[in-house]
Design a protein around this ligand. Structure first.
Ligand code: LCS
Length: 388
């Protein structure tokens, strides 16, 4: 029986273990013994299942991979050292010299840098487009396009792209659709259900949820996609260690309940900001004024916890707010139980060329708020005092 999300978050990936421990054991070991020489040879030859060496797979990591694959309704997961390790493993597994990637223009800064500065050195071409504009996606497709890479909602503009429609465009062109689902988590959005082929996560964010782990995850739909990802991950080595895997598994237990509170708090705060005279604009997928609110409604279950806005006083007013809020902390990252506020143009997206930032709508005055699960009224009162 397929469980509902609240139940899945508690039980996904939790198989029986030797001592019947309720919490997942941490297999803090780099390597595993072979019963005898033939057993070792059989494991290496893939004739028998089992663990060999933690870079290749570890039981605690496997439990987490199974859990996230189940939450995303995918075939298998691959745990990685960070969200960037997940993203670059997917690039390495699916594109090669001479191939072209169509990528959302509003993506996490280092994702655009990977394409712009690193993969170009390996002969991979790219185009950054507004993936909320389906015509722009169609027009960006070239004969050598092998991947469409979408972040939705996009960091930090919260632009929403239609996963189902982009999947049709990508598949018609013979390309895979990769969706970065970091901003939603599988509780709010399941891209594979809408036609995406591969999902990547920074588990540093909502999946872990407690600002104490850096980790990533890839979820694939088929064994044919799994094999090249596992091969690249084994050889590039960007794996998640067992202790981090344990912590993320622990975080996932409360993912569903946390997301409900993130959704609820962020909706209230977005509505408060939109009505405030000192605010010039607010982007939150749950607001009726959001340009892709209807698409968000169609493909998301709640609108998650991130809000972007600009104050009428521009960057100076934004800086004043960031320096004077008392509950939200001035820090990058997002998706944790604690509210965080930051300035993308000088922080998370500072590495993006200014023209690309402007093209993507990342204005110098844009402030990004990751709404935690504190008391919503207190968060609102705090933002209010910072705008006085
Ligand atoms: N994808 C998205 C959408 C992200 O927001 C981030 C990190 C990553 C991937 C990379 O994940 P990491 O390697 O850090 O686990 N975003 C950050 C941000 O907006 N502030 O600090 C990190």
């Amino acid at each position: 029986m397929k469980h509902k999300m609240d139940t899945l978050c508690i039980h996904a990936g939790m198989t029986e273990n030797e001592h019947l421990a309720v919490a997942p054991p941490i297999y803090q070991t780099s390597t595993f013994k072979f019963r005898d020489a033939d057993h070792g040879a059989a494991l290496f030859a893939g004739k028998e299942e089992g663990y060999i060496y933690t870079r290749m797979l570890n039981p605690t990591v496997k439990a987490l991979e199974d859990a996230v694959a189940e939450l995303e309704n995918g075939h298998k997961g691959l745990g990685t050292a960070s969200g960037m390790a997940a993203i670059n493993t997917v690039f390495m597994a699916f594109v090669k010299a001479g191939d072209h990637v169509v990528c959302s223009e509003s993506v996490y800064g280092p994702t655009s840098t990977s394409l712009e500065k690193v993969l170009v050195e390996f002969g991979v071409e790219h185009s950054f487009v507004d993936t909320s504009d389906l015509e722009a996606v169609k027009n960006a497709i070239r004969p050598n396009t092998k991947m469409v890479y979408v972040e939705t909602p996009g960091n930090p503009t919260l632009v929403v792209s239609d996963i189902a429609e982009i999947a049709k465009i990508a598949h018609k062109a013979g390309a895979v659709l990769v969706v970065d689902n970091t901003f939603s988590s599988p509780v709010v959005q399941q891209p594979l259900e809408h036609g995406a082929d591969i999902v990547v996560h920074s588990m540093t964010k909502f999946l872990n949820g407690h600002a104490d782990v850096v980790a990533g995850m890839i979820v694939v739909k088929t064994e044919e996609q799994y094999k090249p990802c596992r091969y690249i991950l084994n050889h590039l080595g960007g794996i998640i260690p067992p202790f981090e895997a344990f912590l993320v598994l622990r975080g996932i237990k409360t993912l569903s309940i946390r997301m409900k509170k993130h959704n609820e708090n962020a909706q209230k705060i977005a509505e408060f900001l939109e009505a405030h005279p000192a605010v010039s604009w607010v982007k939150y997928p749950g607001l009726k004024s959001h340009p892709q609110h209807e698409i968000a409604k169609k493909q998301m279950n709640g609108y998650s916890g991130i809000i972007s806005f600009e104050l009428k006083g521009g960057l100076d007013a934004g800086k004043h707010m960031m320096n004077s809020v008392k509950i939200a902390q001035l820090a990058v990252s997002l998706g944790g139980v604690e509210s965080l506020i930051q300035h993308p143009a000088s922080m998370t997206h500072a590495g993006m060329p200014k023209e690309l930032r402007e093209q993507a709508g990342i204005t110098d005055g844009l402030v990004r708020l990751s709404v935690g699960i504190e008391d919503a009224d207190e968060l609102i009162a705090d933002l209010n005092q910072s705008m006085k």
